[in-house]
Design a protein around this ligand. Structure first.
Ligand SMILES: [Zn+2]
Length: 502
């Protein structure tokens, strides 16, 4: 008996010694190689897994780290990434999604340690730099050569402002202007040197400079202190760069104003009406062959007529006949007209023939599957173009979240007019309830491309289900079309009354 106890005791001591030994004496470092220089950070090994000090790596790569003692949580923010770790747990969050790195987060000497084998690989997918783990040389490599959008320069010329974005090689890009004097450059396959580009924020010419790095796309958005009237761009060689010149002979500064659109002395008078679909894009088709594009156009024309009679408004239609207009073109028409309010008119469709009613959408992440389904259908024209032109994800299930361009724009524009758009949607809802005798499905939110790119309060109205026999009949009738137009017109007037004299 005694002998066995003693053996157990000795064995226990050995285990404790072994554990102590295995943690402390193998403690060592890993190398971090970053643009030609190498630094050592603390690390240790456990069961053939290398744990490196994420606290020290964070110091090298930048970003901010916060500890929450309660819950043993550690958060790390770097650019658009926000990570949340819990000590002892293999799960972590990044921007509200949960991931599993198989091995738990460790805590040693006031620092957190992460498994290099499983975490670095993940980080590479979301980090703006190429980051890799090389077990054979025990090195975390940060590859700054990975940037292909390296720098930016802004200078004044005799006839205006010159913006240059420097690349390592020619890349496909797109430049567009949104209201509020934002000039936006989207670079396909671009990897931004964010600190370098951000350091070019020049308060003499800009109010704001934003950089967005997403997988497969990068965007630089600059809010200029001058009106963007005439501008053009080209790709130059030696060195490769995107040149954007903004012609402006009078170097006039705009007054500091960060609320660009609706304010006390801003008139709400330019109304853009967007009849959905058109031309080769029929939209939804009813059981008796009624086409959404035709219904949308008729209602839009009725509405335009009403608004035109009212001299306080100016009406612009994104199409006034059966014509193919891309979603981007619709947004361009609205933005070029400096639109104050944007209404997109559609008819809904469902495989379930009994589904009926109208509803009103404003732009925000979809809250439920049916709202997401509507957005997918209405966005499909955009997706088809994207899939044809580029190699973007064609999975319509994830349009709001996986399409990099949509993501970037969502972030930029959504918050700016979301409250007003929601308010406008409520007004439209109220007026439709008053006028129409069919099922009210109410106000909902979803990610619509066409609303997304319009720099003004905007809503999308699904005027009824064309897939439902009864509503198809209604949607064809002049009376119903006029009622819808009337309700929309009333909502526009209410919106003007509320926001113009606020
Ligand atoms: Zn539609």
């Amino acid at each position: 008996m005694f002998g066995i106890k003693a053996n157990i005791r000795i064995f226990s001591v050995l285990i404790v010694l072994f554990l102590l030994f295995s943690v402390s004496s193998i403690a060592k470092t890993v190398k971090v190689s970053i643009s030609g220089t190498t630094e050592n950070i603390h690390a240790f090994q456990e069961k053939n897994i290398t744990y490196f000090s994420f606290s020290e790596l964070a110091d090298i790569i930048g970003g901010t780290m916060d500890w929450q003692i309660i819950g043993h949580e550690v958060s790390f923010r770097e650019d658009t990434n926000k990570f949340m770790f819990v000590i002892g747990s293999p799960y972590f969050n990044r921007n509200d999604s949960t991931f599993n790195m198989t091995y738990p987060v460790k805590y040693e000497n006031g620092q957190i340690f992460l498994p290099a084998e499983t975490f670095i690989h993940f980080m590479d997918q979301v980090f703006y730099q190429k980051i890799s783990w090389d077990k054979s040389t025990n090195t975390i490599r940060l590859d700054s050569e990975y940037f292909n959008v390296t720098d930016m320069a802004v200078s004044t010329k005799a006839n205006g402002l010159l913006i240059e974005i420097f690349l390592t090689s020619a890349l496909a890009y797109d430049v567009y202007v949104t209201e509020g004097n934002w000039i936006n450059v989207t670079i396909r396959g671009g990897m931004l040197n964010i600190p370098q580009i951000q350091s070019r924020l020049d308060r003499r010419y800009m109010y704001n400079l934003k950089t967005y790095q997403q997988e497969g796309t990068a965007q630089i958005s600059i809010r200029l202190k001058r009106k963007i009237k005439k501008w053009h761009h080209k790709l130059q060689n030696d060195p490769p760069r995107i040149q954007i010149s903004i012609a402006d002979i009078n170097f006039e500064m705009e007054p500091q104003d960060s609320s660009p659109h609706i304010g006390p002395d801003k008139k709400i008078d330019v109304i853009v009406i967007d009849p959905g679909h058109g031309g080769i894009d029929y939209g939804a088709i009813g059981p008796h062959g009624t086409r959404e594009k035709d219904v949308a156009l008729r209602i839009a024309k009725d509405l335009a007529k009403l608004i035109r009679k009212d001299k306080q408004f100016k009406v612009i239609m994104t199409r006034d006949r059966d014509k193919t207009v891309s979603l981007q073109q619709r947004a361009d028409i609205a933005n070029n007209a400096s639109c104050d309010l944007f209404l997109s008119i559609h008819a809904n469709s469902s495989l379930k023939k009994y589904v009926r009613g109208w509803n009103v959408f404003f732009l925000a992440p979809a809250k439920n599957d049916s709202a997401r389904a509507v957005a997918q259908f209405e966005n499909s024209a955009f997706l088809r173009n994207q899939v044809r032109d580029n190699n973007y994800s064609s999975d319509p299930d994830n349009i709001e979240y996986e399409n990099p361009i949509l993501n970037i724009l969502n972030e930029m524009i959504m918050t700016e007019f979301q409250a007003e758009s929601q308010d406008l949607a409520m007004m439209v809802d109220r007026e439709l309830r008053r006028k129409l005798n069919i099922t009210a499905r109410g106000v909902d939110q979803a990610g619509f491309f066409v609303l997304n790119k319009v720099y003004a309060p905007s809503v999308l109205v699904e005027t009824g289900f064309i897939s439902n026999k009864n509503e198809e009949k209604l949607l064809r009738s002049k009376k119903y079309q006029k009622e819808v137009a009337n309700a929309l017109y009333n909502a526009i007037k209410k919106f003007k009354a509320k926001y113009e004299n606020q």
